[in-house]
Design a protein around this ligand. Structure first.
Ligand SMILES: Cc1cc2nc3c(=O)[nH]c(=O)nc-3n(C[C@H](O)[C@H](O)[C@H](O)COP(=O)(O)OP(=O)(O)OC[C@H]3O[C@@H](n4cnc5c(N)ncnc54)[C@H](O)[C@@H]3O)c2cc1C
Length: 287
């Protein structure tokens, strides 16, 4: 319950935050919504000597939706994502998923950037960003670079972000008009991380699937973009046999932990059920 002591910094601009992070080195951690970091500090699983709080950095707090391009600032909270009708119209899976993250209090503070930068395979947004083929914008002392969400996650709590980089925004192309999407999450109760969850985004052209993207949450050390399962769906009518093959391809890449959510085999099975239901739901929403 009691964190170790630390020094608190509250920069008012991105450049000040980058400067602080690089001068303080490994002893500093960024503080966003604090709803993954502070619990870890209270358990003393994280013992930073400095916290660099991003809440005054206004440039990280905006969402833009224009000309089919979406940009979400790292400090946009989950509640703000849910409330944004323009974002919902362009990319409904984000609201659908945000409503399945944590609880109202946590969503009032927890941010998009914290959720995707955290590196916990239990976080829901990373797989959704992989399904959407989003790009993460990272700013460090050497300037800006971009990393695809599909290349960002290396292992549990290990990502492509360098210690002195700040994730500033998540950018993506809005899925095509008339696309269907779904995020299906099996969990034990409100606020629990997924036993397994699946994101599906697809487009139909008549009765044929024109594009498909499937990703999985919390069934491996990292989120998983199910590339083969996605490819199997494309060009089909999403008939039972094709869906069954896609489900098997998705299950084949999982490697879940055995924990309080159940044994490995059960979680793999649930991942398959989530994929199957998410395909059906996305199909029913596609026009
Ligand atoms: C009771 C409870 C239930 C929850 N349930 C869920 C759930 O079901 N699904 C889910 O996805 N999450 C869940 N969460 C986690 C919640 O969504 C967190 O808010 C989120 O994981 C982290 O976002 P944050 O803004 O709070 O980040 P913080 O806790 O402030 O930071 C998390 C980590 O990311 C780093 N970081 C933060 N921002 C940046 C940035 N801009 N650039 C680089 N690094 C950064 C921090 O240094 C830290 O290491 C739950 C949390 C609680 C307390």
């Amino acid at each position: 319950m009691i964190p170790g002591s630390f020094e608190y910094h509250r920069p008012a601009s991105l450049s000040d935050a980058v400067g602080l992070l690089s001068s303080l080195g490994d002893d500093a951690l960024l503080l966003a919504g604090g709803h993954s970091l502070i619990p870890m500090m209270k358990l003393r699983m994280a013992l930073p000597e400095h916290l660099v709080d991003l809440q005054d950095v206004q440039s990280l707090k905006s969402v833009s939706v224009a000309d089919g391009k979406i940009s979400i600032g790292a400090m946009v909270t989950q509640s703000e994502l849910i409330a944004n009708d323009e974002l919902h119209a362009a990319c409904p899976i984000i609201r659908e998923a945000s409503l399945q993250i944590a609880d109202p209090q946590v969503r009032n503070l927890g941010t998009m950037g914290g959720n995707v930068a955290n590196g916990d395979p239990g976080n829901d947004m990373p797989a959704i960003m992989q399904a959407l083929d989003a790009t993460y914008v990272l700013v460090g002392p050497d300037g800006e670079r971009q990393v695809a969400a599909r290349n960002f996650y290396e292992a549990a709590y290990f990502t492509a972000r360098k210690d002195d980089e700040i994730l500033t925004a998540i950018r993506l192309d809005a899925p095509g008009a008339g696309h269907g999407s779904a995020y299906l999450k099996q969990k034990r109760k409100i606020g629990d991380y997924a036993t397994a969850a699946a994101a599906v985004i697809l487009e139909m052209s008549g009765s044929e699937c024109a594009s498909a993207s499937v990703a999985l949450t919390n069934v491996a050390d990292t989120p998983l973009w199910a590339e083969e399962a996605s490819a199997i769906l494309v060009g089909s009518s999403l008939d039972d046999d094709t869906v069954r093959r896609a489900v098997e391809a998705a299950k084949a890449i999982t490697d879940p932990a055995t924990d309080g959510r159940g044994p490995k085999e059960f979680r793999t099975h649930i991942a398959g059920v989530m994929v199957q239901r998410a395909i059906a739901s996305a199909r029913s929403r596609a026009q």
